[in-house]
Design a protein around this ligand. Structure first.
Ligand SMILES: Nc1ncnc2c1ncn2[C@@H]1O[C@H](COP(=O)(O)OP(=O)(O)OP(=O)(O)O)[C@@H](O)[C@H]1O
Ligand SMILES: [Mg+2]
Length: 330
């Protein structure tokens, strides 16, 4: 069993600023969970506390059925993959992958078997005798994954492992990491600030803001049923439009949210003409930008759509999300 339980976890660094504020989370065995949030919200701090690389100010962490608060990182049965691959430059790929096992005095034959197995899974067999500087970014990150795999950890912890890669490679590595998860059948805890990575990779997503969990749900639920304006605005690109009720001829005390792709419906209940000030052609679609009241809004349109100076919106009431004055979904 490799579930991970966080109970009332708090963290304040030496300067006493609270960066993780009473986090409670139960990560299931074999789950791929993604922690997502803006820069500085506490994602790495949380992950490093699970790894034992950072002290917990208060609370309890369990890996499997074992409380690990006082267990050093090397005995927690975890493997950590960093954004900077942290490979040893003077060692070959083979030596890099084998390093941790060698330190643990694993037998030579066993090391050889494990390196072979990991390099086959990661398509690294032909690079085993190269040094890191002779590899591409994606290949280096695969070596870092290989080093984690050979340890047979109960839990994989990954902190923005793809953010040093170019856009195309990132998309490719995303599915490789998903495949790896399926093959290894272990618990993955994956940190990113990229909402697309979160939506495409996570079995469940944990949205963090300022050290607080905002919502924990499947990607579908997070996107279609955000619990508050933070989650609604953070997940989805372009971001959800927020419009004052009075600007739509609706309840004044309610803030309405609507996805940019839902702004023009042939059978909309609310008609509104707006002045477009910027438009962008993205290939498969176009985006028009405008104000509604004092709120900045956008509409996603098909690429054939001819965007003029004005745009006739047609909004279906059933596409609207309603939020109270505290930003909580009604
Ligand atoms: N060693 C430290 N001492 C003091 N404050 C720290 C320390 N490490 C991080 N912090 C602060 O804690 C907060 C959370 O940092 P953390 O690195 O966990 O954020 P993050 O969500 O991983 O951000 P990013 O997406 O930029 O990596 C930040 O305000 C940061 O300045
Ligand atoms: Mg971080």
């Amino acid at each position: 069993m490799s579930k991970v339980i966080l109970k009332n976890i708090k963290k304040a660094y030496d300067n006493n600023k609270v960066v993780i504020n009473n986090v409670n989370l139960e990560i299931k065995d074999k789950e791929f969970i993604v922690l997502v949030g803006a820069s500085g919200c506490g994602k790495s701090t949380l992950l490093r506390m699970i790894a034992g690389l950072e002290d917990i100010t208060s609370g309890e962490i369990y890996i499997g059925d074992k409380k690990v608060n006082n267990i050093p990182p090397k005995d927690r049965d975890i493997a950590f993959v960093f954004q900077s691959y942290a490979l040893y430059p003077h060692m070959t790929v083979r030596e890099n992958i084998a390093f941790g096992l060698k330190m643990r005095k694993v037998s030579k034959a066993e090391i050889e078997r494990k390196v072979k197995e990991a390099s086959e899974i990661l398509n690294l067999t032909e690079y085993l005798d190269r040094k890191p500087k002779q590899l591409s970014g994606g290949q280096r990150q695969r070596v870092a994954l290989g080093r984690a795999i050979v340890r047979n950890p109960k839990v994989f912890l990954m902190d923005e492992p793809l953010s040093n890669l170019d856009a195309k490679l990132r998309v490719q590595m995303r599915s490789e990491i998903k495949k790896l998860h399926e093959k290894l059948q272990t618990t993955f805890i994956y940190v990113t600030h990229d909402q697309t990575e979160a939506l495409t990779m996570g079995d469940r997503i944990v949205v963090l803001n300022n050290g607080d969990i905002q919502q924990v749900d499947s990607p579908d639920e997070i996107y279609n049923n955000p619990k508050n304006t933070f989650v609604a605005g953070f997940i989805g690109s372009p971001q959800m439009n927020f419009i004052q009720g009075s600007d739509l001829g609706l309840d004044e005390n309610i803030l309405y949210g609507i996805r940019p792709e839902k702004m023009i419906k042939s059978d909309g209940d609310i008609k509104l003409t707006v002045n477009v000030d910027i438009s962008e052609m993205l290939g498969s679609e176009k985006i028009a930008y405008f104000n509604i009241g004092d709120r900045r809004c956008s509409a996603v349109l098909s690429s054939e759509f001819n965007i003029g100076k004005t745009l006739d919106l047609s909004i279906k009431k059933s596409d609207l999300y309603e939020f109270d004055k505290n930003g909580i979904r009604i």
